[in-house]
Ligand binder design. Sequence first.
Ligand SMILES: Nc1ncnc2c1ncn2[C@@H]1O[C@H](COP(=O)(O)OP(=O)(O)OP(=O)(O)O)[C@@H](O)[C@H]1O
Ligand SMILES: [Mg+2]
Length: 141
Amino acid sequence: MSVVFHSNSLSSLKEIAKEMITFSEQNKIFCFYGEMGVGKTTLIKELIKFLGVEEEGSSPTFSIVNEYVSNEGKSIYHFDFYRINSEEEAFDFGYEEYFYSGNYCFIEWPEKIDNLLPDSFVKINIEKQKEARVITLEKVI
Ligand SMILES: Nc1ncnc2c1ncn2[C@@H]1O[C@H](COP(=O)(O)OP(=O)(O)OP(=O)(O)O)[C@@H](O)[C@H]1O
Ligand SMILES: [Mg+2]
């Protein structure tokens, strides 16, 4: 089962984030695919806001994982594996503790750790078509 959203502006992402959480049901691992600059981080920030995080977290630019805490006290993890050189590095920082924590995990560049992904997750593909972004969601089980 998959669903497609069209984003024509940054302001459309708020509603899309809400729909994405509804679509995901119990699944809390989200993998974001799409080329550089397509809008993965931007959409993740919107999801994090929707889940009740008020403060701007520190920029994930130089770290693999950033933790946010919602107003219900729940942790939310944002990963960016772009700079990782091997899956070994993911083991070294203890990715399992995050992936199997039961908290939301939003993952950029999951293709870098393909063998470490859990069996089931929500797969998000973002594509640019002229000025719009086409966001496709699919459940991988
Ligand atoms: N839905 C959207 N509508 C219009 N502009 C967007 C949208 N999503 C992202 N952008 C713009 O695209 C630019 C790049 O976005 P972003 O940093 O989220 O990309 P990314 O996929 O995370 O890139 P990277 O692979 O380098 O991490 C930003 O300037 C952002 O404002
Ligand atoms: Mg990014």
